[in-house]
Structure formats: structure tokens, C-alpha cells
Design a protein around this ligand. Sequence first.
Ligand code: MET
Ligand SMILES: [Zn+2]
Length: 767
Amino acid sequence: MVSSSNLGFPRMSANRELKKLVEAYWAGKVDHQALVDGAKELRALHWKIQKDAGIEFIPSNDYSLYDHVLDHLFVFGAIPSRYANIPSSTDKYFAMGRGLQRPAEGIDVPAMEMKKWFDTNYHYIVGEFSPATKFHLQDTKPVDQYLEAKALGIQTRPVILGPVSFLALGKESSDAPAGFDRMSLLDSLLPVYVELLTKLQAAGAEWVQVDEPILALDRPAEYKAYFAKAYTTITAAAPQLKFFLASYFGRYSSNLDFVADLPIHAIHIDAVRAPGDVDIVVSRVQGKTLKVSVGVVNGRNIWKNNLAQSIETVKRVIAAVGSDRVIVAPSCSLLHTPHSLASEKKMDAQIKNWMAFSVEKLHEIVTIVKAITAPGSVDAILAENAHAHELRKTSPLIHNPEVQAELKAIVPENFRRQSKFEVRAQKQQQKLNLPLYPTTTVGSFPQTKEVRVARQKFKKGETTLAQYNEFINSEIQKAVKFQEEVGLDMLVHGEFERNDMVEYFGENLKGYVFSEYGWVQSYGSRCVKPPIIFGDVSRPYAMTVETSVYAQSLTKLPMKGMLTGPVTMLQWSFVRDDQPRSETTYQIALALRKEVSDLAKAGIPAIQIDEPAIREGLPLLKEDQDAYLDWAVKSFLLATTDVPDETQIHTHMCYSDFNDIFPAIQALDADCITIENSKSDLKLLRAFEKYGYTNGIGPGLYDIHSPRVPPADEMKSRLNAINKYIKTNLLWVNPDCGLKTRGWTETEAALRNMCEVAKQARSAPIA
Ligand code: MET
Ligand SMILES: [Zn+2]
């Protein structure tokens, strides 16, 4: 019979209980035992939720106090030596995730590197490997948590990260000799996997879920051999265990050639991201015995599943391979969706009726199974689901004919500035009369406690709008005066009115809705609550014009308007699944286009449209990337081109490796890009030089993520190095991102040094 399965459950719980627990432990407010007990309670609760929902394959070891990749590094003993002298193993674990400073004990270690988990906003800890890495089973968490569930009467399917992904997702450590390849450690890693799997088998596990998400990426030819060796070895060592192989977030693509022949017992398909894989995989496994897990319920979004459609898909698979071989599942772990809709009390009831968070998704999975195994038993639920979809399809809340008409009316000229950069640059310079090495900042100034408290009071209704505005204006005044005093050339208003660069615009645009408890883990204990785009996006009123005009009125120096770009607005939200992402982005771009145009008309001489997330939207497979970059660039152009040549358009990007999207950055045709560079060792600049970047550029002179004040000399040598790659007349001088997380004192010292460096450079410019 067809069965139901889950691949992973969100760890935080309904009210971010896990976050509160680990943060209390870090702060010394609860002891180790309380941490252990608290986490155990949450796991028990989450297993019960899944069991009560009727899920047959319930995961264990998907739980983590910080990050599951870090857990595996810990389990396999891949701990860099700099953490060796931390006595408590829990403290060592957290130190690897977030660093640890205990001067009295002589402990001062930074965290290991953190990286985005594929194209999600979840971050994992990057393993460090060298020839000296010696794996051993130093912790038995997967077995312990399996037994923990078993003691509660719940048979689970332990989840482990597969050996090939475990190594592939790491990096060579800085002390590894040149030419060392971490994949060469596979031989020494496999015996430890064998040891772990043998223990799981002995503990009574029937199935194990081995995640190999690396299979969603283009892989070099050697991977075929890695997988063959790994899976032959580990399956032979635990012959009673059944192996469920899971990849997600995309197609198997050419990797399927070898994956389907591995000695595994089930293969998972992300049928949401890779609907085409359903038929491809099914035909590839004809004549074999392995089961097929069909991931029809979206683990990456918050919309109700289209049950009728999913049932169709599952039935198609059953027809091809037989019902005993079919498992119904979410597309990926539910880690990437919030806990449950049950807590949402304030959301518009109609919109809420279109959604499903993790708990609701479990019920969807079970409903799909029941609709097939016991026809008629879930008719009422199916009817309700169909009705909700019907309402959503036609709801005037979503569909705005005006927006759709405007989209249709877009013509190629809407993606072009009037003149090319050189012509614009001259006109802008005539108007702005900026010195060489013009100095500016990326937008935000310190969000102090006062700013946050004032916002909270206003949101709670304790102060009036007039009082709040007055407070914000006084902050703007201070910021403008401050910038004049430290000697900046192009000013910003400081973004004090914004809680978050996406949320602020989401709250002002139509088509967005906000949850109260829709938290998703981003890294460690940090969670984000993405805005939800549910309908056609439009701009009911000018959002920033008044503020920017006010800021400009306070100074003779040029003021930069500040907006968040269309791709970032998309990327950091939950998005509609009823139209392509590109279309939603164009709608946002159209709304921003009006804002940009209004700012220009109101006399704001420069407007920055931030696109920090443009790189992270890049599809995982190379063959899909050009299409994305095409609409991403066009969206930016649509947002920014309805201005005269004299208006200077800036953009900003940070914290990604931008080298591989270089031509797209050039195609944005911004007059200036301020870009994070302080951590990437000029690698980026070499790319700019190699490809011949032609527009203005401000590579960040210092890292704003640390309270440290960069000495002038340090920034000076950085500017000199940059100047070798970039023509002086194109160069801007700025920090590498916004200053909202910093304090005023260090900000003042850092910016004074930065302006001093620019001043010195002007007296001896490099040609
Ligand atoms: C993550 S990029 C942030 C850009 C924004 N303008 C700021 O200064 O905060
Ligand atoms: Zn930034």
C-alpha cells in the first residue's frame, strides 16, 4: 500500500521555543541539563504531532540544537584543532557554530564558516578537511535520538547526511596542501558511516534516510564513482537496513544516470521543483524493486497543496510501479516552512484559508494517501481544498486588472536609460560636482535601542503617528548633521523608519500579508519571518518621497533615495505559486519604477536600489541560470530607468560570490554599485577588471559586521589595491554594507578614517 512520509520537521516549535532555550543556555540562565531536557521535550512533541497526523515514516535525527551539518561534523569527529581545548563537548559544539570568547580561560575562537544551504535562506556550517582529518564516531546522536523516539513508542526513520554530500559541502582547510581534494577522504570516512549504520541497525532501525542534496547540482564525472563506492560499502555493511536516498531542491538531471543504479531501497523526487523528474525517474526504475517517494507537498512555501493535482500525480506513479512502491512526501524537509497556522489569529481569514504551514502540510500528505487507499474517506477535505483553490484563483484580493494591464503594456524602451553611461555620467557630474573618490555609505545608520523602542511604542498604539514621525525626523536631522561633520560627499537619510529593508516595503505595498508566528530558521538560533506575497503587487502611494525630500531639505549636499530592489523583495519573501516568479518580480519592479520616478521628480539627485539577494536567486543548475539572470536584470532595469540622465542610479550587493554573475551586474547599467569586497580578497575586483567593468563602483573599504574600527592605513592600502584594477574616475569610497547593526561611536571613528583616506587619495590620485 502507498505510504506517507516526512523528510524533516522544523526545530523551533510553535513559539520559537528552541531559540529561547539555547539562547538561555548561552546566557548562562539555564544549565546543561535544562538544555538537554528542554530539547528532548520538543522532539517528543514534534514526533507526536507527526504520529497524530498519521505519518508513517517519521524522521529522527533531523533535530538539531544549531545545524544538522554541524551535528554531522561532530558525530564524525571532524573538529578543527582550534576547538580542541574547550572542555565541555556542548560548548565545543556551539563554539564551532558561533565562536567562543572566555578570556579568563584563554579561549578565543571564531566560528566556522557559514554558508547558504543551496538556494534556501538556511545557513549551514562548512566542514574543514585536510589530510590530517581523522574521522571517528565520537558521538552517537543519530542512534540516541532513534532510541529516544523508540522509547516513546514511535518507530522513526533516522536522517543522516550522506557521505558524498558531507564531504562535498565542506571545504579544504586553510592548512591543507595545495592540490589536496577533500573528496579523497571518502575512503577513510566510509568506515565511520558503516559503524554508525551498524549501530542504527542493531538499535532496531528498519529504514534510514540518507540525504544527498548535492545531487541537485551539476556534478563532475567523478561523482559517479564516489556514489557507487559509498553506497556499495554502506549498504553491504548494514544488510537489514533499508536505504531511502533523498535529494531535493531540483532535478536529478544527468546524475540520475548513476543514482538509479545504486543499491538503495527508495529514491525521493522533489516533485514541486522538478515535476518532470516524476516520469523520468519512474521510467528509469521500471523493472527494479526500489520504492519511489513522490515529494508533492511543497516544503519551501506556505500555500495549500492542490490535493486533486497531487493525487493525480501519485496515481500516475502507482499505475507505473504499483502501490506498494509509492511513498507520498513533502518535496524536501519542512525545515523551510513555519511550524503551524494554528497560532495565526490576526491574518485575514480569506488569505489564511489558502495557506498551509508544516503541521498542516503533514495532514495534506496523509489526506493524499487516504484519498487513494480509502476512496471516499476524505471527500469533505478534498472538497474544501478544491473550494479554497477556486476562491484563490478568482479572488479580487489577488487579481488586480490594472496591474496586469500595466505589465502587458511594458515595451523594450522601459528597460533602457535615455543615454549610455558616459553621457549620463557627464550630466550627473555637472549637477553634483563630486570630488574624485566620492564618499558615501550604503544606507542605514545605527538602529539604536531608542529607535527600536520608538517603533514598538508606535506599533502598540502608545504614541501617535505625528509623534513617531517627529521622532524619525529628529533622527534624520542628527544623521544628516553627522554625515556633514565626518565629511561624506553623498548623504543618506539613515533608514530609521525601517525595521527591515524588505518588510518595510512589503507593509507599504499592496499584495503582501504578514504572519505573526511564521518564523523560519535562518542560522543557529536566528529565525526570520518572511513577508508573504499573496497577490498582484501595486503601490497605493509614494512610500519614501516625503522622507527623502525632508532629508534633502536639511543639506546642500546630494541626498540618495533608498529602495529595496525587486529581486531582493522576491527572494526574501514567501512568494506566489500561482504565477512564475518572474511575473511577481516584474510587478514589484513596476511599483518601484513609480517610486523611483517620483523621487527623481521631487528633486532627489541619486537613488539607490539595493539588490543584495540577486546572486542567491541563481538556479542550482547551470542550464537554468541564464533565464533567471535575464528576468532579474530586466526587473532591475524596469524599476530604475524612468528617470532623466541627470538622476544617478546606485545599487548595492553584499555577501555573495559575485564573480559568476558578472555580466549580469554590468547589464544592470547602474551609475554606481557599492559592493561588498572586504572579505573576498580582491577576487571580485579582478573579475571586474578582467571583464572590463565600465560604470561607477564602490568596493567596500571595510567590514561593517564587526565593531572594530578599521585604521586609516588599512583602508588606504585597500583603496590603493582597488585602484590598480579600477579607473580613478569610476571609484567610490564607502563601507561594504549598511551600518544599522553598529553603534554610533565606532561608526563615527570608522567613517572619519574612511573620509580621511579619500581626502589623501585626492591629493595623489592614480591616473
Ligand atoms: C543587506 S544590504 C543592506 C542595504 C541597506 N540599504 C542598508 O544599508 O542597510
Ligand atoms: Zn548589504
